[in-house]
Design a protein. Structure first.
Length: 214
C-alpha cells in the first residue's frame, strides 16, 4: 500500500559568530549572533498563519536552533519537539577550530575531512556514514509519525547536506556543489522510504541575505 506524502520544510539555523569565523561548531552549543537573531525574526515572517499550515515542528536541541525556532513557535502557534538526533555532525578533533587552525594544527585530520572520507570519524567524532544513518533514521521516524502532513524542521547545515544527498542520490564522498544558507527554506517530500527534492535554498524572505558561511 502506498503511504501518503509527508511534506517537509527544513531550515538551517541563523548565523552565529562561529559561522562568521569559519569555525567548526559540531555539538558545541553556540548561540546566534545579532545577524542570526534578525534572520530568525525574518524567517518567522516567511509563513502566514492560516495560509502556511504545519502539523508539527521539530528542532535540534542546541541553542542556535532553539533560538531560530522560537519566533516560528510564536507566529505559527506550534509546540517544538526538541531532538538530539537532529544535531549537527560531531566534528571530533576539529570541533571548535577554524578551518585555518585545523589545517595548521592537525593537518591529517583536516585533510581527511576535506576529502570527505565517509568512514573517518574525525578522531573521536562521527564518520559521514554514521552521521547519515543518524539523520536518515531520525527523519524517517518523524515522517512515520506524520503521514500526509506538513512538518517544519529547524536543524543544521550538515543535516541539510545529508538530506539533499538523500533526495538526489549524490554520494557522500562527492564535494558539496549546492548552497546551504542560514535561515533559508528547503522543501522535501517523503513517501514509502524515499526522499524527493521540491525546492532548495529559498532566501526570498531574507532582506540582504548573506552569502553562505559554512
Amino acid at each position: 500500500m502506498t503511504l501518503p506524502v509527508t511534506r517537509f520544510c527544513l531550515v538551517r539555523h541563523g548565523e552565529t559568530d562561529w559561522n562568521r569565523e569559519h569555525r567548526l561548531q559540531g555539538h558545541t552549543d553556540i548561540p546566534l549572533n545579532h545577524t542570526g537573531l534578525e534572520q530568525a525574526s525574518q524567517l518567522s515572517h516567511a509563513f502566514l498563519p492560516g495560509r502556511d499550515r504545519f502539523d508539527a515542528l521539530y528542532v535540534s536541541d542546541l541553542i542556535r536552533t532553539r533560538q531560530t525556532a522560537a519566533p516560528l513557535q510564536t507566529r505559527l502557534q506550534l509546540d517544538a519537539h526538541y531532538s538530539a538526533q537532529l544535531r549537527e555532525r560531531h566534528m571530533g578533533a576539529l570541533q571548535g577550530l577554524s578551518y585555518a587552525e585545523a589545517a595548521d594544527r592537525i593537518p591529517e585530520v583536516y585533510r581527511l575531512h576535506q576529502t570527505r572520507d565517509p568512514d573517518y570519524d574525525l578522531d573521536g567524532g562521527e564518520s559521514l556514514h554514521r552521521f547519515r544513518a543518524r539523520i536518515l533514521d531520525g527523519m524517517a521516524s518523524i515522517a512515520a509519525l506524520h503521514p500526509g502532513q506538513n512538518v517544519l524542521v529547524v536543524t543544521h547545515g550538515g543535516v541539510l547536506d545529508i538530506m539533499y544527498r538523500a533526495a538526489t542520490a549524490k554520494p557522500l564522498a562527492d564535494k558539496r556543489d549546492f548552497p546551504i544558507p542560514n535561515a533559508a527554506l528547503n522543501w522535501l517530500d517523503h513517501q514509502d522510504g524515499n526522499w524527493t527534492l521540491r525546492r532548495w535554498a529559498d532566501e526570498s524572505h531574507l532582506s540582504g541575505a548573506l552569502d553562505e558561511i559554512q
